[in-house]
Design a protein around this ligand. Structure first.
Ligand code: SF4
Ligand code: SF4
Length: 227
């Protein structure tokens, strides 16, 4: 089984620079309702977890990252769970001081993960825990093709180096189908070519085309945290 080297992370960072959208600054959409901090840059919502090799590579590029110090019992438990794993928890200097070139892979990818239809990588799905909090999840039509292309290309590069990553996302995709099947709801995925499909609940992952007009209805799900 291969592993991803620090050098490979350099390739990934070079090849994955496209923003989700050149038109919309999504941080400006969620931050006003989260004490001025973009939700995905706020450790209260999301503790950045990185591969230890990725952290080693980041440290050669920047002083922006440091080990995460847990502040709450929940955070302590989350960090304790990482013991013995390949991952570590880190934190950056905050959105105000963000160096775009030195963001982690998780920062670049959020709020999406590679979605597998059974065994095949077909597109992008969102981290459902952030529904209601992340504006992008409710505005999928703003996601631009260069982001989709780079996201998929760089994840495929990683999967070739380390199959464990692929298996993790195959499993995560299956969990998402289970979550939505329990809810009795469909969820949208973004396909390679920028089109959209609904994954139907209790269907074994069957998909049907989704229109932009239908996706507009997701907008009402962005519930402002401080409302
Ligand atoms: S990706 Fe989502 S949570 Fe992060 S800044 Fe954009 S809207 Fe906010
Ligand atoms: S590196 Fe930038 S994008 Fe990533 S959590 Fe920090 S401020 Fe947010």
């Amino acid at each position: 089984m291969g592993t991803i080297s620090a050098r490979d992370y350099g390739v990934v960072f070079d090849g994955f620079q496209a923003p989700i959208s050149k038109i919309y600054n999504c941080g400006a959409k969620c931050a006003p309702y989260n004490n001025g901090q973009p939700v995905c840059c706020d450790a209260g919502h999301a503790i950045p977890i990185v591969d230890k090799t990725e952290y080693a590579h980041l440290k050669t590029r920047t002083k922006m990252w440091k080990p995460f110090v847990p502040r709450t019992p929940d955070q302590k438990a989350e960090i304790a769970d990482l013991k013995g794993s390949e991952n570590c928890a880190v934190e950056c200097n905050g959105a105000e001081f963000c160096e775009r070139d030195n963001r982690s892979l998780a920062c670049r990818s959020f709020p999406f993960f590679p979605y597998f239809d059974k065994k095949e990588l077909v597109g992008l799905a969102h981290y459902w825990n952030f529904e209601g909090l992340c504006w992008v999840i409710h505005n999928l039509t703003i996601v631009e093709q260069p982001f989709i292309d780079q996201f998929l290309k760089m994840h495929e590069f990683i999967f070739k180096k380390d199959d464990n990553w692929r298996v993790t996302y195959v499993d995560h995709s299956a969990v998402m189908r289970q979550v939505y099947s329990r809810r009795g709801e469909k969820f949208a995925i973004i396909m390679r070519d920028g089109s959209y499909r609904w994954v139907l609940p209790k269907s074994g992952g069957k998909t049907v085309p989704a229109t932009k007009k239908e996706l507009m209805k997701l907008r009402s799900g962005f519930t402002l945290p401080n409302d």
